[in-house]
Design a protein around this ligand. Structure first.
Ligand code: FEO
Length: 401
C-alpha cells in the first residue's frame, strides 16, 4: 500500500477498486475502477480530492507512508460527487485541515452533502491561484464536465494538470500510468467507454474547455479515474482523442441494436446488417439481451449510423429496447443516420415508435421503418437489406461531405 510518486514530491494516494462494476449507478466498469487522489508535499501540504465511501482507510494508510496525515494543510475538492468526497468526513476528522477548497458552485453541493459540518471551507474563483510554497495551484472551472461544481487544478511548476473526471477511464490495474498498461487498443476502448457513457452529453463544454487547457504548459494529466497520461506525447494523444470524440464527425461504421422474441426481428437485423456491409459500411450487431447498455453506447463511439429493432410488445417495444433508447437519448449522441425495423403479430407499433425515437435524437432517417407481420419472408428480408443499403449510402455521403 505504497504511494506512487508521479512528480517530485507529488504522490498518487488513491484506491484501486477491483470489485466496482456499476460506475455511478448506471454505467458498466468491466473490471473495476480507481478513485485517484493526489498529495502535494510543499510548505503547505495539499491533498487533491479524496476517494469513495469506505476507502478512507486505504487513502490515509497510503498517504501516511510519506507524510503524517495530520500534516496535510489543505484539501482541494475538484468535484464533490461521492466517489471523490465519500471519504471526506473521515479524512477531515483525521487531518483537521486548515482549509478545504471548492469551486464557487461547489459550495452548493458541499452544503448538500455536508450540511451542519463546521469545516473551514473556502470557495475559489475561476482562475484563482493558491501559493503553497515552491508551487502554485491554479484553479480552472470546468462546469458541467461533468457536474456543475467541476474544476481542475493546474500546477505550472510541474506542468501537471489534475483533471478530475475529465480524461479518465474505468481501469483497475497495478499500472498507474497509461504507458505501463501494455494494451493500447484496450486503453483506447476504455477511454471511449468512459466518454460515451459519462461525458458525451457535455461534448459542447469539452470543445470549449480544450482550447483553455491547451494554453497551459502540460506534460502530465492526472485524472481521478484510471491511468495517468505521462509525457507531452501522451497529453497530446488524449487531448486530440477527446476533441475527436466531442466533435462526433460521422464515421463509416454502423451499429444495430435489437431485441427479439421468436427470432423474426433478429432475422431482420441480420438482413439489414448485410445491406450495410455489402455497401461498404462495417457493422456491429448487438442484441440488447446479451450486451449491457453501456457496451452498446461504447460501440456507438465508432459508428455514424444506428439501426434499432424490436418486435411489437404490448403496443410498444420490448423493455430492454426501451431502456437502451432512453439511455442513448439521455447521452445525446449527435450527427448520426438512423433506421428502424421490427416484427409484429397484430398491432405493429414498434417500428414507427423506434423511428420516432431515433429521429427525436436528431438522427437523419433516410428510409421508412420496415415492418413485418409474423415472420419475415423473402420480400421482408429484401426490404431490410434495402434499409441497410439506404442507410449505408446516406452515411457514406455524410462522411464525404
Ligand atoms: Fe468521478 Fe463525477 O465522479
Amino acid at each position: 500500500m505504497q504511494p506512487v510518486e508521479i512528480k517530485k514530491n507529488i504522490y498518487w494516494v488513491g484506491f484501486v477498486d477491483y470489485d466496482h462494476r456499476d460506475f455511478h449507478g448506471y454505467s458498466r466498469s468491466p473490471d473495476g475502477s480507481t478513485y485517484n487522489a493526489y498529495l502535494i508535499k510543499d510548505q503547505k501540504n495539499v491533498l487533491v480530492d479524496t476517494v469513495a465511501p469506505g476507502c478512507a482507510g486505504t487513502l490515509l494508510c497510503r498517504l501516511a507512508k510519506t507524510l503524517e496525515p495530520e500534516k496535510v494543510d489543505y484539501i482541494v475538492c475538484n468535484h464533490l460527487e461521492r466517489d471523490h468526497s465519500g471519504a471526506l468526513a473521515e479524512v477531515v476528522e483525521r487531518v483537521k485541515p486548515e482549509k478545504i477548497f471548492v469551486s464557487q458552485t461547489g459550495l452548493k453541493s458541499f452544503a448538500g452533502y455536508f450540511a451542519g459540518k463546521n469545516w473551514p471551507v473556502q470557495a475559489v474563483k475561476n482562475g484563482e491561484t493558491l501559493n503553497i510554497g515552491s508551487r502554485n495551484i491554479v484553479f480552472q472551472e470546468t462546469r458541467m464536465l461533468h457536474w456543475p461544481d467541476s474544476m481542475v487544478s493546474y500546477i505550472p511548476e510541474d506542468k501537471l494538470l489534475i483533471s478530475n473526471d475529465i480524461f479518465g477511464q474505468n481501469i483497475a490495474s497495478s499500472a498507474r500510468f497509461a504507458d505501463d498498461f501494455g494494451d493500447d487498443a484496450e486503453f483506447e476502448k476504455r477511454i471511449k467507454e468512459y466518454y460515451y457513457n459519462i461525458v458525451l452529453p457535455y461534448s459542447p463544454m469539452v470543445l470549449k474547455a480544450l482550447p483553455l487547457l491547451e494554453k497551459l504548459d502540460i506534460d502530465m494529466i492526472a485524472p481521478d479515474h484510471g491511468l495517468i497520461h505521462r509525457g507531452a506525447k501522451a497529453v497530446r494523444f488524449i487531448v486530440d482523442f477527446y476533441r475527436r470524440m466531442a466533435e462526433q464527425k460521422p464515421q463509416q461504421r454502423a451499429l444495430i441494436f435489437y431485441d427479439t422474441m421468436w427470432q423474426s426481428t433478429e432475422s431482420m437485423a441480420y438482413a439489414a446488417c448485410s445491406g450495410l456491409e455489402e455497401n461498404g459500411v462495417p457493422t456491429r450487431l448487438m442484441s440488447v439481451k446479451h450486451n449491457h447498455h453501456s457496451a452498446v453506447m461504447t460501440e456507438l463511439a465508432d459508428c455514424g449510423a444506428v439501426l434499432a429493432g424490436s418486435p411489437t410488445h404490448n403496443n410498444g417495444v420490448l423493455p430492454l429496447v426501451t431502456a437502451q433508447l432512453a439511455y442513448m437519448k439521455g447521452l445525446r449522441p449527435q450527427n448520426r443516420v438512423g433506421g428502424a425495423f421490427g416484427s409484429y403479430g397484430w398491432s405493429g407499433e414498434a417500428p414507427k415508435y423506434l423511428q420516432e425515437q431515433l429521429a427525436s435524437m436528431g438522427m437523419t432517417m433516410p428510409a421508412e421503418p420496415v415492418k413485418c407481420a409474423w415472420q419475415p419472408d423473402r420480400d421482408v428480408l429484401k426490404a431490410c437489406h434495402e434499409l441497410g443499403r439506404t442507410v449505408a449510402e446516406t452515411l457514406k455521403r455524410k462522411c464525404q461531405g
